[in-house]
Design a binder for this molecule. Structure first.
Ligand code: SF4
Length: 234
């Protein structure tokens, strides 16, 4: 599908209008709007925690691009989930990588930068490559949910990503964990096996631990480092 090119001003207006109009819309309807509006200039980003948003997007736009950021630090289960999604779903998985391999980064900054300066490590291995990976799109959809953590409680379903000059879509922002589980069960959606092994949120292996009973879903991310987000969603 092709769409007319939009200016940044057009995109901002579309995002702000849709943020108001679609607040109560279903996740699938939000993605149908995005598919109709942006066509192939829409992508989904996925950390391969689960494939729920990729599945929803493929219903709205078969063959949709799913951008996966391979930081070089993923659990094998995450890479396996990426491969399974690419094999069985009607999506086009695109793997993007940082400019430097882990070995090259270690040579320049020293080993285990994630322990000493996780903000810099995330900037190099997540934020910068994602900027480059999103360059060809007008809109990107993510799996952010309001109930994941206090920092995500006000996530809009559609918003203007001023930093990247793109429309940002969070179609399942209003969903609960139970909604996710019900969708996974109903549609047989692929999920990362680590979700069943004490990791309700899955990031890079060195910066992710199992959560304890009563902790919020993202408590296992950068635990003890005073960091809650990688910078992609800030
Ligand atoms: Fe580095 Fe950890 Fe950020 Fe991954 S999550 S990019 S290992 S600091």
């Amino acid at each position: 599908m092709t769409t007319a090119p939009y200016t940044a001003q057009d995109l901002q207006q579309l995002a702000e209008q849709a943020g108001r109009d679609l607040e109560e819309a279903s996740a699938l309807d939000i993605l149908r709007w995005a598919a109709d509006t942006f066509g192939s200039r829409l992508c989904v980003t996925s950390s391969m925690e689960d494939a729920v948003v990729a599945h929803l997007a493929s219903r709205a736009l078969p063959g949709v691009d799913v951008v996966f950021l391979d930081t070089g630090y993923h659990f094998p289960e995450t890479i396996g989930t990426r491969d399974a999604v690419a094999a069985v779903m009607d999506v086009n998985v695109l793997t993007i990588t940082p400019r430097q391999t882990v070995a090259e980064q270690d040579a320049q900054y020293g080993a285990r930068l994630h322990d000493r300066d996780p903000d810099l490590c995330c900037a190099l291995r997540k934020v910068a490559p994602l900027e480059a990976g999103l360059a060809g799109y007008d809109a990107w959809a993510t799996g952010l949910r309001r109930d994941e953590s206090p920092t995500r409680a006000n996530t809009p379903v559609v918003s203007w990503d001023a930093k990247r000059q793109k429309v940002k879509i969070a179609p399942i922002a209003r969903w609960s964990q139970e909604d996710v589980e019900a969708y996974v069960a109903e549609h047989g959606v692929l999920t990362n096996p680590l979700l069943m092994d004490g990791y309700p949120s899955v990031g890079c292996a060195p910066c992710t631990r199992r959560v304890l009973e009563g902790e919020d879903a993202r408590a296992g991310r950068w635990a003890g480092l005073g960091k809650t987000e990688c910078g992609i969603h800030q």
